[in-house]
Design a protein around this ligand. Sequence first.
Ligand SMILES: [Zn+2]
Length: 239
Amino acid sequence: MIHLSLLYEMAYRYSGTAWDGQKWVAAKPIVALGTQVSSVPSRPTGADGTVASRAHDQNSPRSDHTPKPSTGTGTVRAIDVTVTNSQGTTITEAIRASRDKRLKYLIYKTRMFASYSNSKGPAWQWRPYTGGGHLAHFHVSTLSAHDSNGSAWDIGFEGGNGLLDFDIGAVGAPSVKGSAALALQLMLLSAGEVLPQFGADGSAGDETRAALKSYQSKRGISNEPHIVAGKTYAALYTG
Ligand SMILES: [Zn+2]
């Protein structure tokens, strides 16, 4: 499927009238996610959207951005979220780790994961996506069975900007817990580092410190004892 521009606006719309006159509302999981990402600091918004435009419908008539059913008031079960690289990595990995039952699938940067397995891969694992686009935004589709569930998503930003302020030299210090810690661990693993005892458990302690030191030394990154917004994060997010 190709994702062309939606009805891009200054802020997300969650109900209204589509280009063809059809009334629509957004499913509550979409409202919840849109509301949460709207408070992420310094997030770009240029590709934000919920309901499909005419061009989008003509190119992708079965999209979850299109209100369904096509008579009466339809429901929109998709949202596009514009992100920087670091925001995109943190939020999509946090959603992937959360195994949120409302998710149908998520697309970001030529990859996707779904809440179900199929011939292209197991559930919740990144698989290639060949539909193009989605470089500056990610797409989320949700399942109709959970239309009325508006609880908060785990997007990794509940503690602030989503970047973990993690003192790499503080061996023995209490672990830093949460989805930002989990996203960091997942990025380290995907970069080839190891977490042999605890794995990606969302609790970053000495084992994660050791993996970070290894990661930094391989890339010649020094003088960065705190990785928040630094060269280490930049390398992880783009690597
Ligand atoms: Zn989309």
